[in-house]
Design a protein around this ligand. Structure first.
Ligand code: PLP
Length: 369
């Protein structure tokens, strides 16, 4: 006989997943309805409306793909890129690298514009690459680079990309519901996200949004989308008024997303951004007051994810183990070139609260003593 499931209680202040809002957990416990039940179709419509609000867009094609954030990434590349297309990708962390891998698997010719992990991609470097290579179909960057804590400025970059008539694509996995995404204002052609970061829902859906221009590129493809499962030309016909069955929607996850978005919209988007800035800033000030150094310069720092340099002679693994065992507190380690060099502390969504700032600072101070 197996015992009933009884996972330990944790406070998830790493790079994600972050703690799920209790109301979101409750929403998931609702009984299922069928994926073509009129009640569910209404829930899908509301979810799309709420998503448009939180993404700050009027884009009709704004929906949730089944799968985690990486499925969102893959969705945009498989749908917008055809073999032989030339794309430029900004790489200043692990998720930029992942985009390069995904785009290459779609048969794209990938030009990488690199920056150190912890820096932004300078718009001029993207412009240089656009001048050097003609017929670039798409330029992609990571808005919130979770592997480093860098916030990539988008406005100027978007102007440059459009000057060269390319599509501007952004990874907004750690941005959505934490910092402004301004899809329409910044003329971002396509973006993807995940549910387990600032939306405070479990991992499992990847909200994507495509501008009419991106939808047009999809409609004019020469070849079929390589992936059946992620083919937006079919999936959009399940989410729109056609309601063509494609695959069985993950019903409980859609419940969770609707509730997560409802909570954000009811709190007020601007207030949600302010809350992230307030508590993220407080955590960063507290860490610096403890004598710790932050990886990213203040100008380009995310509020929802902070990268802290691990002091010399301190064991990365030991500190994280003690935080987990003594306090039930999870923070993240570094990835790639930053492995063993930084900790990553998240204050995302529901977790961006006063008590979490105080708790994390006190726990870290204790285990570092
Ligand atoms: N992009 C960024 C910026 C992320 O932070 C993550 C996950 O941490 C991903 C993509 C991939 O998302 P997932 O792990 O949900 O597939």
């Amino acid at each position: 006989m197996y015992k009933e499931l009884n996972p330990p209680r944790r406070i998830l202040m790493g790079p994600g997943p972050s703690d799920v809002h209790p109301k979101v957990l409750q929403a998931m416990a609702n009984p299922l309805v069928g994926h073509l039940d009129p009640a569910f179709l209404e829930i899908m419509n509301e979810t799309m409306d709420l998503l448009r609000h939180v993404y700050q867009t009027e884009n009709k094609v704004t929906l949730a793909m089944s799968g985690t954030g990486s499925a969102g990434m893959e969705t945009l590349f498989v749908n917008l890129v055809e073999p032989g297309d030339r794309v430029i990708i900004g790489v200043n962390g692990l998720f930029g690298q992942r985009m390069v891998d995904v785009a290459s698997r779609c048969g794209a010719e990938v030009i990488q514009v690199e920056a150190s992990w912890g820096d932004i991609i300078e718009p001029e470097k993207i412009e240089d690459a656009l001048k050097k290579h003609n017929n670039v179909k798409l330029v992609a960057v990571v808005h919130s680079e979770t592997s480093t804590g860098v916030r990539q400025p988008l406005e100027e970059l978007s102007e440059i990309v459009h000057k060269y008539d390319a599509l501007f694509v952004c990874d907004m996995v750690t941005s959505l519901g934490g910092i402004p995404t301004k899809i329409d204002e910044y003329k971002i052609d396509a973006a993807y996200s995940g549910t387990q970061k600032c939306l405070s829902a479990p991992p499992g859906l990847a909200p994507v949004t495509l501008s009419p221009r991106a939808v047009d590129v999809l409609a004019k493809r020469k070849n079929k989308v390589q992936s059946w499962y992620l083919d937006l030309s079919m999936i959009q016909n399940y989410w729109n008024e056609e309601r063509f069955y494609h695959h069985t929607a993950p019903i409980s996850m859609v419940y969770s997303l609707r509730e997560a978005l409802r909570l954000i919209v009811n709190e007020g988007l601007e207030q949600v951004f302010k809350r992230h800035a307030l508590y993220g800033g407080a955590l960063q000030a507290g860490l610096e007051a403890m004598g710790l150094e932050l990886l990213v310069s203040e100008k380009h720092r995310l509020h929802q994810l902070t990268a802290v340099q691990i002091p010399a002679n301190v064991s990365d693994l030991e500190v994280r183990k003690r935080l987990l065992e003594k306090y039930g507190l999870e923070i993240g380690g570094g990835l790639g070139v930053l492995k063993g060099k930084i900790w990553r502390i998240g204050l995302m969504g529901y977790n961006a609260r006063h008590e979490n700032v105080v708790f994390a600072l006190a726990a870290l101070e204790d285990v570092l003593r």
